[in-house]
Write a protein that binds this ligand. Structure first.
Ligand code: ATP
Length: 411
């Protein structure tokens, strides 16, 4: 099968020209270049994928340097891994020297050796991701499909390449379900059996790698489908026994998608995922996934605020009380509670804080109070806070009113 027409049709011009240059330069250097992985799968499915991965039989770094020189484009090199990233306008293109892998023990990072395209495809996760397209001028566009990925695409199957695949690398369990749900495919029968049998192998995988796959899931268009299925299979519970993928999550993810800024969405999803957990279970998950400090803090804040929500569950509460209850929480944790809380009064108070109260400032600051004759020290701090509360509650509005109140408080 030849996919030259699909390449031309689905790749934007900038990327197409880059691919053509790589093809020509590889040929001149006596190297062989192939498109691999997701882009091949998606070209066969007739969808765009601008994340191009190339495998080179030869020296990917030498080839990338040559192409970067000719096109005058930016290049990032990782010599240790034999990989290079070319920057092409809005797109990037990853090039890697073909390699083989062996696993010293389950879950460990693989030992990598230089190899052929076939070695490279044989270390991949599923048949649908183990296809390549030749970029050699002699057979440009030809599909190379040693594991019958195309047939699996047609039959809509996710299939591992060998029976030890999930035990070698149990992150593939999370990947299998991500593709299954994204593409609306089924796990092939033996793959489904192996997946279920190897769920305990998740214990052999580092927190960072599981977190990375979880982040990829949360970048999907409908992560709730993946989460639900992982819950049904008992995968989530293997990561943390308290995690659930029930309808509550689906409803809240939907709401988050509607209301939040896209840039915050993944973090917000994680906050919602842990929302039903107790603080102890949350700490356990943070340790298991080796969460970065900022994210861990947001998750702890989310649950701490959840335990304080009853204080906000009334419409009569003063604005200054709302402010001082919330001002030390991360705004993302507050946003998560807006999505998750069932109390409409608490929700409107949280929103009031996020949209208005957190921006309320007094006109006077410490320096100006000192100029009014109030000495530096604890008294000044107290007066500033009284002014701030009065402003939040609408008891003072103008700078003159602030000054009057400040002077009346001076001892
Ligand atoms: P998409 O970005 O659409 O989710 P992709 O196929 O580009 O799909 P990546 O996570 O970027 O996915 O991985 C690139 C390729 O690397 C995959 O197509 C797959 O062949 C291979 N790969 C990634 N992770 C693994 C893994 N754990 N085991 C084996 N192969 C993997």
């Amino acid at each position: 099968m030849n996919l030259a027409l699909q390449i031309e049709r689905y790749l934007p011009r900038q990327l197409l020209e880059l691919v053509e240059d790589i093809s020509r330069e590889a040929n001149q250097l006596g190297q062989k270049a192939y498109l691999v992985g997701g882009v091949v799968r998606d070209l066969l499915l007739g969808c765009s994928n601008f994340d191009l991965d190339l495998v080179i039989e030869g020296d990917a770094i030498e080839l990338a340097q040559q192409v970067a020189k000719i096109r005058q484009i930016k290049l990032i090199i990782h010599s240790r891994f034999g990989t290079a990233k070319l920057n092409c306008g809005d797109f990037t293109l990853d090039m890697a020297t073909a390699r083989g892998e062996t696993y010293a023990k389950p879950g460990a990072l693989p030992t990598v050796t230089p190899g052929t395209l076939n070695n490279d495809l044989s270390r991949r996760d599923f048949s649908i991701n183990a296809m390549a397209i030749s970029l050699m001028p002699s057979n440009y566009g030809e599909l190379l499909d040693p594991y019958e990925g195309r047939s699996d695409l047609e039959h809509r199957f996710i299939r591992v390449l060998h029976p030890k695949s999930f035990s070698d690398d149990a992150t593939r369990i999370l990947r299998a379900i991500r593709y299954e749900q994204r593409l609306g495919f089924e796990l092939e029968l033996q793959t489904a059996q192996l997946l279920k049998q190897d769920i305990p192998m998740l214990d052999t995988v580092s927190g960072d790698r599981i977190r990375h796959e979880l982040e990829l899931i949360l970048k999907e268009r409908h992560p709730e489908y993946v989460i639900k299925r992982l819950g049904e299979l008992g995968v989530l519970q293997r990561i943390n026994s308290a995690l659930k993928g029930d309808g509550w999550i689906a409803e809240k993810f939907d709401k988050a998608r509607l209301l939040s800024k896209p840039i915050q969405l993944s973090s917000l999803y994680i906050c919602l995922l842990i929302y039903p957990l107790h603080e102890r279970e949350n700490k356990h998950l943070i340790r298991r996934l080796n969460m970065p400090t900022r994210l861990a803090q947001v998750l702890c804040d989310t649950l701490q605020l959840k335990s304080q929500l009853h204080l906000l569950d009334k419409s009569s509460i003063k604005k200054s009380e709302i402010y001082y209850l919330l001002h030390e929480y991360d705004p993302l944790a507050i946003q998560a509670n807006v999505m998750a809380s069932e109390s409409s009064a608490a929700c409107s108070n949280l929103k009031l804080f996020l949209t208005r109260l957190r921006y309320v400032k007094t006109s006077l600051n410490g320096e100006r109070l000192k100029r009014l004759g109030i000495p530096a020290g604890p008294e000044l701090g107290k007066i500033l806070q009284i002014l701030h509360k009065a402003k939040l509650d609408g008891r003072i509005k103008t700078r003159a009113e602030e000054e009057k109140l400040a002077l009346s408080l001076k001892s």
